[in-house]
Design a protein around this ligand. Sequence first.
Ligand code: FAD
Length: 117
Amino acid sequence: KLGNATAKAELGRAAWKVLHTTFARFPVKPTKDESEALRQYVHLFQRLYPCGECAEHFGKVLAKYPPQVSSRSAAATWGCYVHNIVNKRLHKPEYDCEQIGDAYDCGCADDEKQDSA
Ligand code: FAD
């Protein structure tokens, strides 16, 4: 049982990292297609998330707070907000979303820089 809890927490940390980093790298001014891709990504992430009870709860969160996909800052702020809903449910401290801007720098080169590298 303890092993299961540890695995579930590790999965959660990895999943949140990918999600928040995806939002931090989402276009500042996305096309309609890019916004739609992010919306679908979040919904499929929920649908296929390997922890069943987590997926079920997160589905209710998405129904109440649909993914915000109009811009990078909208997506990042929304991601922080819904993670805080999960934190609250699990009796974890609330994260200060003001600091989200710098927290998820993936160290990836910008697309333009990659071309010239
Ligand atoms: P995590 O919550 O994993 O956070 C990792 C790091 O992200 C933190 O250390 C902090 O630096 C940063 N962070 C914290 N809050 C925020 C925020 N609001 N915005 C941005 N960054 C933040 N576990 C369950 O037991 N039951 C569940 O129902 C459940 N549902 C989940 C649903 C989803 C969609 C996901 C992705 C995970 C879920 N989990 C669930 C796992 C749980 O959320 C945690 O990932 C896990 O318990 C490990 O917690 P942690 O304290 O290490 O930090």
